[in-house]
Structure formats: structure tokens, C-alpha cells
Design a protein around this ligand. Structure first.
Ligand code: NI
Length: 185
């Protein structure tokens, strides 16, 4: 698969639980090519995460950008690929932040997420991963993980009144300082 076309809300793949990927298949060049195509599609669309169901593929796989808000050097984009992920929420009060989604174009909404999660998954070479994600990275991981369960950010909103189109969101919902928080997953 060399071409990646992102599907939008209404496509059944976005509402279908994804199947686990057998470890042996990670040696399959086609699956590796799919991962490369997903990374490319995500970066090209200006997204910070992309899950396989967003390409109409119901498999437990997503890619995302490792965001380091404290990082000095933003020129290098670090990405991560997770296969068959499982999330364990860590204690702490839910945090509300703005989210968007490449499959729900133009909309932004305030979504509660766990402030930190422990992630268990395989990397693209089948090596087991276990790490703690916090803050914005934890948010991205929870958003993408939801896609593997047929859940989109709208389902997680507790109050739809914050739902905004991007143009209006930029005009009325943000301050000049945080317009660079405009990311879509
Ligand atoms: Ni999304």
C-alpha cells in the first residue's frame, strides 16, 4: 500500500474495533510499507497522530509524533509506532484540553483525558515497549488508542458546547500564545 487516504466520520472503519496484529506479520514488507505510508500521511496532513482505522484498516496500529513541549530543538520530528497497544491510566484528575482529528476535519473540542498513562505495546520491529506517557503525549496516545476501539474524541466530550470550527476556534477560543496548539490527531 503506497497511497494513504484518510477516511472521515461516517466511514464504518472508524466505528469498528481493530484486530490485533500477529507478531510474525511485522516481518512482512507490506506491513512495514503501510507504517511508512502512515507516518508520511500523518506528517503531510500536519497531524500529530494517525491510527490504522483512519485509513479504513481495522488493525491495532498507530503512529504519532513525540511532542516535547520543553524541547529546544523542534526541527527534528521524532515519531513512534505502536502495535497492539494497551493503556493503563495512572492516577490523577482528568485534564481538559483542545483536540482535533484528521477524521473529523475542522472541528475542535475540549476533551478530558488521564494526565498520565502507562503504555504497553510492540514497536514496528516486534520489540516489547513499556513506558509512561504524560501530558500532551499521554493525550495523543489516548486519542489514537480510542481509534482502535471505534471511539472518536467527540464521544469523550462531556459538554458539546465547546465544539468549534477551526476558524472560529482560532478567533475566539485561543490566545495568541497558544495557536501553535492547533494539532489534529
Ligand atoms: Ni483522531
Amino acid at each position: 500500500m503506497t497511497q494513504c487516504s484518510i477516511v472521515h466520520l461516517g466511514h464504518p472503519a472508524l466505528r469498528t474495533p481493530a484486530a490485533p496484529i500477529e507478531k510474525d506479520r511485522l516481518a512482512d514488507p507490506e506491513l512495514q510499507a503501510l507504517i511508512d505510508a502512515m507516518l508520511e500521511a500523518m506528517l503531510e496532513a500536519g497531524g500529530v497522530g494517525l491510527a490504522a482505522p483512519q485509513l479504513g484498516i481495522n488493525e491495532q496500529l498507530f503512529v504519532y509524533v513525540e511532542v516535547d513541549p520543553e524541547g529546544e530543538d523542534q526541527s527534528e520530528t521524532e515519531t513512534r509506532t505502536l502495535i497492539n497497544p494497551a493503556l493503563e491510566p495512572l492516577s490523577g484528575e482528568m485534564v481538559y484540553e483542545w483536540e482535533g482529528c484528521l477524521s473529523v476535519p475542522e472541528l475542535r473540542g475540549l476533551v478530558p483525558r488521564h494526565p498520565a498513562v502507562r503504555v504497553h505495546a510492540l514497536d514496528r520491529h516486534g520489540q516489547p515497549l513499556s513506558f509512561r506517557a504524560e501530558g500532551y503525549q499521554a493525550r495523543i496516545v489516548q486519542h489514537e488508542y480510542d481509534h482502535l476501539n471505534g471511539v472518536v474524541f467527540l464521544d469523550r466530550m462531556r459538554d458539546l458546547r465547546s465544539l468549534s470550527f477551526r476558524e472560529e476556534w482560532e478567533e475566539y477560543m485561543t490566545t495568541k500564545d497558544d495557536t501553535n496548539d492547533d494539532h489534529a490527531d
